[in-house]
Ligand binder design. Structure first.
Ligand code: BEZ
Length: 385
């Protein structure tokens, strides 16, 4: 396990152990288990920055107790997840686990949180099971289920196209976003001609693009994320497909538009945040983030920020006394969060209910051009809570 502790002035890449001198009753311990290296490194950093921003807006404390961070780089490696999460739970005795990005890692975290009754807030990972079979009173998600992400894109694509091919990483996120996409696309009258996949975090797209060119669908749905989405849009453009067979996805252009250059311009995506959301709440959030980081936030910053907002809703209800977990959970499940993305509340399985926006990539922004689905609820049929 790589254990990292850092404050805003030290880069996430610095790996060190940092011991706080105060005892557990004087501080509230937040275990951030996120990727700080590899394909999803930027996502982990942005989630961390968003979480810390919301806490810093409260001067870093609740009811006189300081918030203490313990950071672990999970490397998006499911094989290391059990060891990593158990050190945070058993050795560091964190009051809340915040993590992670990768669905496979998050499922191991959720099992450990369930077994130890540790409060857990998921700031990205979309695995449907997290708020399905694995749902639990002490587990909350502030991001999305993979079904929600795929479904919104399918609903958007069905309005323009009759046929599609899907291309995704072969793991929970790719399989489930593709299933959500297919459900909405076919419900809207479309037909999926073929599903193509490659292992995570492989980026050898060329053979799949050759197959798409020969299948000649009207459109392509995709799921890869982080650094890999830059490679995908560039390879797609270089293969001459961009203007012939439009490429779609939920995350495809999020946080990477500058690196993508012309390859992503004009692309449409559907997600629960957009750069042009013209609300006082979003404007204030952007200002606050820019003051510290000098750039615009993306959806991952928003998800980190809202993870902290949800935790604060629980902490405020018990005046910082985390031993009153039942009371915290009651406050959290009923929370109505004033999120930069718009209204955010929670379903019975503790999954977000939120608007899914249609965005168009213009310059360095994913501009909102419509709403794909309003107030989308994951039905979570396998959650027995
Ligand atoms: C996932 O593994 O659930 C995931 C990773 C990156 C972006 C979206 C979903």
């Amino acid at each position: 396990m790589r254990r990292i502790s850092f404050n805003n002035t030290i880069a996430a890449a610095v790996l060190s152990t940092f011991a706080f001198s105060s005892n557990a009753s004087e501080t509230i311990k937040v275990g951030l288990m996120l990727p700080y290296s590899g394909t999803f490194a930027d996502l982990g950093k942005n989630i961390t920055d968003g979480f810390k921003l919301a806490i810093s807006e409260r001067n870093g404390e609740v009811a006189g107790k300081k918030i203490e961070y313990i950071l672990v780089d999970d490397e998006s490696a499911p094989a290391k997840a059990n060891e990593n999460v158990n050190k945070l739970i058993r050795r560091d005795k964190v009051d809340v686990l915040v993590g992670t990005v990768h669905s496979g890692v998050a499922m191991t975290m959720a099992r450990a949180a369930q077994g130890s009754k540790t409060l857990m807030i998921i700031p990205n990972a979309g695995a449907d099971q997290l708020t399905g079979e694995l749902c639990s009173p002490n587990i909350f998600r502030v991001s999305f289920s993979n079904w929600q992400a795929g479904y919104a894109v399918g609903a958007m694509m069905a309005k323009k196209h009759k046929t599609a091919v899907s291309l995704a990483w072969k793991y929970a996120a790719g399989d489930e976003q593709t299933a959500g996409f297919k459900e909405a696309f076919e419900k809207g009258g479309g037909k999926v001609l073929k599903h193509l996949s490659l292992p995570f975090p492989n980026t050898e797209f060329q053979p799949l693009l050759t197959e798409i060119a020969s299948l000649q669908p009207e459109s392509t749905f995709s799921f890869v994320a982080g650094a890999a989405q830059v490679k995908l849009t560039k390879d797609y453009e270089a293969a001459g497909l961009k203007d012939k067979i439009p490429l779609y996805g939920a995350f495809l252009t999020e946080g990477t538009l500058v690196a993508q250059g012309t390859s992503a311009q004009g692309m449409h995506t559907a997600l629960h945040y957009a750069d042009g959301l013209d609300t006082p709440r979003n404007k204030a959030f952007i200002e606050s983030y820019k003051k510290v980081h000098g750039q615009n936030p993306d959806v991952f910053v928003v998800q980190g920020y809202d993870a902290a907002q949800l935790f604060l809703a629980g902490l405020d209800a018990v005046k910082g006394d985390t031993s009153k977990q039942d009371e915290m959970i009651t406050a959290m499940k009923d929370a109505k969060i004033d999120s930069p993305r718009g209204p955010l509340s929670f379903s019975k399985s503790h999954n977000p209910i939120m608007n899914m926006y249609i965005r168009e990539a213009k310059g360095d922004k994913n501009v909102m051009v419509g709403v794909a689905v309003e107030g989308l609820v994951d039905p979570s049929p396998n959650c027995k809570m």
